[in-house]
Design a protein around this ligand. Structure first.
Ligand SMILES: Cc1ncc(COP(=O)(O)O)c(C=O)c1O
Length: 313
């Protein structure tokens, strides 16, 4: 779906017109992939709208930048305020928010010294990412996630998404909704843009971050919700074949939210429809995000835009 434009984009502390948020083709980021970014959702509430886990996302942005020695000249509070200001200036909610920090126009050498840091925040409407219904038909990718100590998986860096694109394009090409990547040792890692959870005999499993997975904010939310619902949750390395014999498998992510998986490599998972554990966790997640259940973990930041309808139901 083409990006739906809005009116303003936040650039280094100021709101500028959407069409003026351009960079030069000789910018460092264009040649060397030097960017870190976030993806955040703002949900409709019974009265107004609210951003889901805004400080956690902006802290991850600061962390990603720190790994790449990018100095962001704004505090966590200023970045969070920038997101709220952008949404309110555009009057668009529910929406998806895309903060991005990049190395701009300066020098052409690989060394980023001499290329300025630019910070942008955009927001725009964006609906469901994964097919709904009974779940997505996905595959195991022939591409692995980045090996440890190559491209750091904990940094949400633009360059990592070249790997994600390989996974996603291969899945598309072969008629699947998404690909699940293994790590360099053949253990389950994550989707091209989602973390993964497995349910077997009532226990919830997810790979630890050391299996080259991003520290997903939705992953963290699901771990918290599952524990509060009384499920046993285990973060452990998962062999590929455990996916095929699981009772339930689902993806989590800001774009994908909580998305059940119906089949993997054409092997039907469980009964081929969302299982009880997935449904209970999804109900809690969407209930809180959409303001229909109490925000008992303090995950919502209100914004002053009245929402016509929630992004998800
Ligand atoms: C590679 C990858 N893994 C996991 C996730 C899920 O992270 P989050 O729940 O913070 O959106 C994303 C999306 O940001 C991602 O791109």
């Amino acid at each position: 779906m083409p990006i739906q434009t809005t009116s303003k984009i936040w650039h280094n502390g100021n709101l500028i017109p959407w069409e003026d948020a351009n960079i030069h083709v000789m910018s460092h980021v264009i040649h060397y992939g030097s960017s870190v970014f976030e993806g955040i959702r703002c949900y409709g509430q019974p009265s107004g709208s609210a951003v889901f886990r805004l400080p956690e996302h902006m802290q991850r942005l600061l962390d990603s930048a720190k790994i790449y020695r990018m100095h962001i000249p704004f505090t966590l509070e200023e970045l969070c305020a920038g997101v709220v200001d952008t949404i309110e200036a555009n009057g668009v909610a529910p929406c998806y928010i895309r903060p991005i920090v990049l190395r701009g126009y300066g020098e052409i050498g690989v060394s980023p010294k001499g290329s300025p840091i630019e910070v942008y925040i955009a927001n725009f409407p964006w609906g469901k990412y994964m097919p709904g219904g009974d779940g997505a038909d996905v595959c195991i990718s022939s591409w692995n996630r980045m090996a440890p100590n190559t491209l750091p998986a904990l940094a949400k860096a633009g360059a990592n998404y070249m790997n994600s694109q390989l996974i996603r394009m291969e899945a598309d090409q072969n008629g699947y909704a998404e690909g699940i990547a293994l790590d360099v040792n053949g253990l389950v890692s994550e989707g091209s843009g989602e973390n993964i959870f497995v349910v077997r005999n009532g226990v919830l499993y997810t790979p630890p971050l050391a299996n080259s997975a991003l520290s997903g904010i939705t992953r963290d939310s699901v771990l918290t919700l599952a524990r509060h619902l009384g499920f046993t949750v285990i973060e452990q390395a998962l062999p590929r074949e455990l996916l095929y014999i699981a009772d339930e498998v689902f993806f989590t992510g800001t774009a994908a939210e909580v998305s059940p998986i119906r089949s993997i490599d054409r092997i039907v998972i469980g009964e081929g429809k969302p299982g009880d554990v997935t449904r209970k966790i999804a109900d809690e997640f969407f209930g809180i995000a959409n303001g229909l259940k109490p925000d008992r973990f303090g995950w919502l930041t209100p914004v002053k835009v009245s929402a016509a309808e929630p992004v998800t139901v």
